[in-house]
Design a protein. Structure first.
Ligand SMILES: *Cc1c(COP(=O)(O)O)cnc(C)c1O
Length: 341
């Protein structure tokens, strides 16, 4: 297969239309068989549930080329499960996780010419999503839905090395107790935009959100979970019902225990203890781990021992091990790597 003529190493993170996408419609209480299409547009009622009351959820994962030249995706079954959970919480019909994985594989295969070659650092980002498409004016769930998967090639996350980020403790809340923080819903992002624009205006890269009830505990950022490392090399990650269960974070915890023999604590993390950690990172599909160098809490600043120049040593080991598993130079746990072709 001939690759598209794209300058892979200089791609950014933006939408580039690819050839095929997957579409399935839910009508009269059932999903249709679904198919690939070249039509990149969506036509629906002006009164669609998604447009009026934001009934939509999504996923994000990547396809990439391994050292041996295979196109693979990382743990897509967990994205499928998470989308089932998101759909249930939003009163949307569940698109079964087996069909989710099949739809993702079909879409990647159909766009194989856009999967960046090994060594470029670029990947093919995959965006599955679903939304209420039928007219809804009185507040209730829609009756018809559409599930879609499209792909778009994205550049290497860290061009010229991973520079540690500076983040601020946000005055806004991301998620309420018993709310929707644990699902991947567009609504969580709509209401985070003002907070992130404000953080950027103030010169910060990201927000650290606190628990909304007491504002004493660390939750996550707008789109990534926290991992901390103590001075005696223990990996600590916040536990909360209003955090989005990151697949990257769950994989890194496994890697810390099973590959690196590190002790891991999943527990409530108080803002007060942040100053005592040696390293901090943000984890998510896009970057795997972005190192954090500094946390600013209004008039207080904490600089981690790892500093503002590079990743901390344990963070680096976690990053190297997980990306080694993904790229095929380290053996993967059973079921982690799904070969597309
Ligand atoms: C998607 C997402 C993450 C990262 O999850 P991954 O499965 O690792 O990509 C973290 N936090 C939020 C709020 C997210 O939406």
């Amino acid at each position: 297969m001939e690759k598209k003529n794209i300058d892979w190493a200089n791609l950014g993170f933006g939408y580039i239309m690819t050839d095929q996408r997957y579409v399935s419609n839910y009508r009269h209480g059932a999903w249709d068989d679904g198919c690939l299409t070249t039509d990149a547009t969506v036509t629906m009622s002006e009164c669609a549930g998604v447009l009026q009351y934001a009934q939509t959820c999504f996923e994000g994962l990547k396809a990439y080329t391994t050292e041996k030249g295979q196109i693979v995706i990382f743990r897509p079954d967990l994205n499928g499960q998470r989308m089932e959970d998101s759909a249930r919480r939003l009163e949307m019909p569940v698109f079964p996780k087996e069909r989710f994985v099949d739809a993702v594989i079909q879409t990647v295969r159909a766009n194989a010419a856009y999967v960046p070659p090994f060594g470029t650092g670029a990947t093919l980002y995959i965006r599955p999503y679903m939304f209420g498409s039928s007219a809804v004016i009185g507040v209730k769930p829609a009756e018809e839905y559409q599930f879609r998967v499209f792909t778009t090639p994205v550049g290497p996350y860290f061009k010229g090395g991973a520079k540690p980020l500076t983040i601020c403790v946000s005055d806004f809340d991301r998620a309420a107790p018993h709310g929707t923080g644990h699902i991947k819903a567009g609504l969580n992002y709509a209401m985070s935009l003002h907070a992130i624009v404000t953080a950027h205006e103030n010169g910060f890269d990201e927000n650290m959100y606190l628990d909304a009830a007491t504002r004493t505990k660390v939750e996550e950022t707008g789109g990534a979970n926290f991992i901390f490392v103590t001075k005696d090399n223990k990996v600590v990650t916040p536990k909360s019902d209003s955090i989005l269960p990151s697949i990257t974070r769950r994989s890194l915890i496994y890697v810390a225990k099973e590959y690196l023999g590190l002790e891991v604590e999943e527990r409530e993390v108080y803002l007060d203890e942040v100053k005592d950690f040696a390293e901090c990172g943000l984890c998510g599909t896009a970057a795997v781990i972005s190192p954090v160098g500094k946390v600013v809490d209004h008039d207080k600043e904490y600089v981690f021992a790892s500093g503002m120049e590079k990743m901390g040593p344990i963070t680096q080991k976690l990053y190297d091990t997980l990306t080694g598993i993904q790229m095929g130079h380290l053996e993967a746990p059973e079921g982690w790597i799904q070969v597309v072709e």
